[in-house]
Structures are given as structure tokens and as C-alpha cells.
Design a protein around this ligand. Structure first.
Ligand code: SAM
Length: 241
């Protein structure tokens, strides 16, 4: 049974105040890198897995996507996505990615941002997505980077050279991780970088591009606190077909 922490009122209130939720895609520093991985959306049938407030679903329709199906476990997220969207070609539904069922060969693009690290059975999910895509379909997703995930309730340490140090421990021990982020004991699932990519390969995907997001010098100039993202990757971006 998935945790559904996004329906926790305290968590939801805190999460809703993040720049990426207030400003939308422009508030996510990794968005330009994701955008560069996305195919031409014109006429595409898209499924947005863990769609949250629906920022990407709406953007994809503006880029010409024929339809977008946004799925999310959280009723609060789906309610907000519906309230912010006035477009009959976007449908939002409550769904658990750990028990996902999708029609076969029904989508040209499967997209997901920062949701799969909440999923226990990644292998099942990836195989379901593979069957739901047309043969030339594309799959673009982001997750918390395994190096970021591996640390439990991670806190920066002072490195000997004056740099910040990130405490990665138990990297090869996959499975549950609990962190305190807007609520105590938020449940996530750690998988190594190798497992993540091999799961895609074994399901029949061809990996097209992998980005371990790091901010550009211009982004750091505008938002100096992003400099800490140079010390360890926080997000992994993958494109496959
Ligand atoms: C960090 S938010 C990202 C939301 C959106 N993709 C974005 O980038 O703004 C993660 C989303 O995944 C959803 N989620 C978590 N576990 C899920 C599951 N098992 N099935 C479906 N959605 C899930 C949460 O409810 C939340 O909306």
C-alpha cells in the first residue's frame, strides 16, 4: 500500500509553497534539461505519471499534444490539477503507480517528474509503461538521484577541504528509505543507478540520454544556493524509447 504523503495536510501545505509549485515549470532548475529531452509534442498522446498540480500536463497541451492523461495517487494533487486546468483534452485521474494498469499501445509519450522514487515495484511499472507505449513511443522521466536518495535524512557535513560533503551510505542496499521532509517518515525507495537503467533495458527500452542534473553558471549566478547541487547530483533525468 503506497504511503500517499501528499494528502497529509501539513505536507501538502509545505509542498504547495515550493517555488516549483508556485511558479510552475520555470521554478524547477532542471526544467530546461528535461525540455531538451522531450520529443516534438505535436499530436502526441501523453501520459503524465505522478502529475501533481498538472504543470507539465498543461504545458504539453500548449506544445500541441493531442491529449494528456495525468495520474496521481493524491486526491489533493488531482483536485488542484483539475481546478487549475480548463482543457477537455487533459484528463486527471487518481491512480497508484504501484498498481498501474494502462491500455496497450495507447500513448506516444510517457512522462514523469520526481514520482518514481515513491514506487516500490519499479520493474512492474516500467513494463506496464512499455506496453502502454506505441512501438516508436518515448519515455522521459526524472527521479531523485540514487546518490541523493541513498542517504537517510541527509545533512551536509563539513569536508576537510572546506567543501560540503554528502553522506552516502548503504548505497548498494536497495529498498525503503525514510526521510523527514514536510512530514516525519516520508517513505521513498532507493535503487542504484545501475538497477534503474538495467530495469529499463530489461523491459525492452533503449536509453537515449541520461542527465545527472547540475546547475549552469548562469543559474548559480541568479540563484546562488543552487551551487550546492555541484557537490552531488540531486536529480537523475532519463530519456528512453
Ligand atoms: C514531487 S511530486 C511531483 C509532481 C509533479 N510531477 C511535478 O513535477 O510537479 C511527486 C508526485 O508523485 C505522486 N505520487 C507519489 N507516490 C505515488 C504513487 N504511488 N502513485 C501515483 N502517484 C504518486 C505524489 O502524490 C506527487 O503528486
Amino acid at each position: 500500500m503506497a504511503q500517499n504523503i501528499y494528502d497529509n495536510p501539513e505536507f501538502f501545505a509545505g509542498y504547495s509553497r515550493l517555488p516549483r509549485q508556485v511558479q510552475g515549470l520555470g521554478g524547477a532548475p532542471e526544467w530546461p534539461a528535461i525540455r531538451a529531452m522531450l520529443p516534438d509534442l505535436n499530436g502526441k498522446r501523453v501520459v503524465d505519471l505522478g502529475c501533481g498540480f498538472g504543470w507539465a500536463s498543461r504545458w504539453m497541451r500548449k506544445q500541441g499534444a493531442a491529449s494528456v492523461l495525468g495520474l496521481d495517487l493524491s486526491q489533493k494533487m488531482i483536485e488542484r490539477a483539475r481546478a487549475d486546468t480548463g482543457d477537455a483534452a487533459i484528463e486527471y485521474r487518481i491512480a497508484d503507480l504501484d498498481a498501474l494498469a494502462l491500455p496497450e499501445a495507447a500513448f506516444d509519450l510517457a512522462y514523469s517528474a520526481l514520482a518514481f522514487h515513491y514506487v516500490r515495484d519499479f520493474d512492474r511499472l516500467v513494463r506496464t509503461i512499455r506496453k502502454a507505449l506505441v512501438p516508436e513511443g518515448q519515455f522521459v522521466f526524472t527521479i531523485e538521484h540514487p546518490i541523493f536518495m541513498a542517504a537517510q535524512n541527509p545533512q551536509w557535513l563539513d569536508g576537510e577541504d572546506g567543501r560540503k560533503t554528502w553522506p552516502v551510505n548503504g548505497y548498494a542496499i536497495e529498498g525503503e528509505r525514510r526521510t523527514d521532509w514536510f512530514a516525519k517518515g516520508v517513505l521513498k525507495y532507493h535503487r542504484t543507478f545501475g538497477t534503474t537503467l538495467n530495469t529499463l533495458i530489461e523491459a525492452g527500452f533503449q536509453i537515449r540520454r541520461v542527465e545527472e542534473f547540475a546547475p549552469t553558471p548562469q543559474q548559480i549566478q541568479t540563484t546562488p544556493q543552487l551551487a550546492e547541487e555541484l557537490e552531488r547530483p540531486m536529480m537523475l533525468l532519463v530519456s528512453a524509447s
